[in-house]
Ligand binder design. Structure first.
Ligand code: GLU
Length: 512
């Protein structure tokens, strides 16, 4: 029977969502949408020790920013809730009971100290068929004693009874069939009475089953858990509806040597988190793609191609295009180098595709951060400025360096440009220029330019020197867009003010 595709992204709120986790969420989303399926966001918060405040909100905000839409989850609701594991205790308790009643699990009282002592005394100790009868558990102890201990409130765990010597087959859509022998597995803890919570393994399997998940798409680091999960499905009698596995290869450091870590980002100067993260304990701030000026579409496109390709060399793809092309057939099985330079390239490309008015909105906070109140300018003005300079930027924040002179007059002038372009007669020529500009019938770029050029020619001035000196007064250095595009935008009055300021303030360097 063909089931409706249902996938889940199941992060633990133990810190900010890493960029590798974002890629996992993205592949889940692309696969679900490609097959008209559902995308679940399940919060796996059963490890209370590692809970970090703010992490869940961070996950929601990151996915929303990136346009990865959730169909069912804590905020979205849905028919299979609750979607937060700490709210599903009754369900897990009931399922632990099912395994105990079926003889597939047992109760163990060994304290952490006892286990540690055993480990220290027994080389390569593993809690399994070869050792469990020497331990303090319901298989080795008599029923009365077990009952008495439980009634006295002694903390215990429930362990999965692994039958040794069996071949366990894990079928991974990306990696094919992997067979391992059950003897290498230990009797994993499934539940702890102390906090009345299941461990990851039990909660994950029970929820995937109850939420009718059809495909478990997750990072390669979870591959070692897969045989245990296969056995758990079997123990519950759910083998027929077990989801398919896809274990995605790791994201590697840019040089390919080892797993991408948080420290690589700090070391090499690129973010490894979608959004800026303020660590609630240490107060440390880790940079994020959003705050670094990336467009979410660029981040998505970049991430999609880290471990997948569309079967040809198309690079720029919108979310809809990615959805229509996505399949595991073109996923790589080996790790993908985190080529962050390519991320910059994608951002540049997407900035060129974005509309000027969209970029203008993104530019406003940058203006504010640089002491300019964007409300002092019209949206049309900011939009036109952005249109003039966006070809030169990789990030929204670069707009400031490229366009600051549209918002504030230059405070100083580049010395090397003064040396090259500001001659003895320049102040006089600039004074003349002011008169020429004042006499122009139109200040529109294309109309203002010819009369000015005609004046330069008529006077026999050096065109390069005049225009660059003019530019120096407007911009503070000899760079920027077409000069008459600048003057058209800042207007005649401001142009004149800046030339006059230049005449007053630009000093000829001492000739040595
Ligand atoms: N809670 C696990 C994590 O943090 C989920 C792993 C899985 O997808 O099974 O990634």
């Amino acid at each position: 029977m063909d089931r409706k595709v249902r996938v889940r992204f199941a992060p633990s709120p133990t810190g900010p969502l890493h960029i590798g986790g974002v890629r996992t969420a993205l592949y889940n989303y692309l696969f679900a949408r490609r097959h008209g399926g559902d995308m679940i966001l399940r919060i796996e918060d059963t490890d209370s020790q590692r809970f970090v405040p703010g992490a869940e909100e961070y996950i929601n905000e990151s996915l929303a920013w990136l346009g990865i839409k959730i169909d069912e989850g804590v905020r979205e609701g849905g028919a299979y809730g609750p979607y937060k594991q700490s709210e599903r205790r009754d369900i897990y308790r009931e399922h632990v009971r099912m395994l105990l009643d079926a003889g597939k699990a047992y109760i163990a009282f060994d304290t952490p100290a006892e286990l540690e002592a055993t480990r220290a005394a027994t080389p390569n100790f593993q809690y399994d068929a070869s050792t469990r009868m020497n331990m303090r558990n319901s298989l080795a102890m008599d029923a009365e004693e077990v009952k008495a201990l439980i009634e006295a409130g002694t903390p215990y765990v429930v362990r999965f009874l692994i039958e040794p010597g069996r071949d366990v087959e894990v079928n991974d859509l990306l990696r094919g069939k992997v067979t391992i022998n059950s003897s290498i597995l230990d009797d994993k803890v499934l539940y702890k009475s102390a906090d009345d919570l299941p461990t990851y393994h039990l909660a994950n399997i029970v929820d995937d089953h109850l939420m009718e998940v059809t495909h478990v798409i997750r990072g390669e680091e979870w591959l070692p858990s897969a045989p245990l999960h296969v056995l758990l499905y079997e123990a519950f009698g759910w083998a027929d509806t077990r989801p398919d596995f896809v274990h995605l290869p790791l994201l590697l450091k840019p040089d390919g040597k080892g797993k991408l870590s948080k420290r690589d980002g700090d070391r090499l100067g690129f973010p490894v988190f979608p959004l800026e993260w303020h660590d609630p304990k240490s107060g440390a701030v880790s940079s994020g793609y959003r705050e670094s000026g990336y467009l979410p579409e660029a981040v998505i496109n970049f991430l999609a191609l880290l471990g997948w390709n569309p079967g040809d060399d198309t690079e720029i793809m919108s979310m809809d295009e990615l959805i229509s092309k996505f399949s595991f057939d073109h996923c790589s099985r080996s790790g993908a180098k985190f080529a962050y330079e390519k991320g910059r390239w994608f951002n540049h490309e997407y900035l060129q595709k974005a509309s000027d008015s969209e970029l203008a909105e993104l530019f406003k906070p940058v203006l504010r951060a640089n002491g300019v109140n964007p409300d002092d300018f019209t949206d049309e003005y900011i939009t036109r400025v952005v249109g003039l300079v966006k070809g030169r930027i990789n990030f929204v924040a670069d707009l400031w360096a490229q366009a600051r002179f549209f918002f504030t007059a230059p405070g100083e002038y580049a010395e090397k440009d003064i040396r090259k372009r500001w001659k003895e007669d320049t102040p006089a020529i600039m004074t003349e220029l002011v008169e020429v500009l004042k006499g122009l019938p139109s200040f529109v770029s294309a109309e203002a330019e010819p009369p000015v050029l005609a004046w330069v020619a008529e006077k026999g001035y050096h065109l390069g020197n005049v225009m660059n000196a003019f530019r120096l007064t407007l911009v503070g250095e000899c760079k920027g867009p077409h000069i008459f595009d600048i003057t058209e935008l800042i207007g005649l009055d401001e142009t004149v003010r800046r030339i006059e300021r230049g005449i007053r303030n630009i000093q000829l360097p001492d000739v040595q």
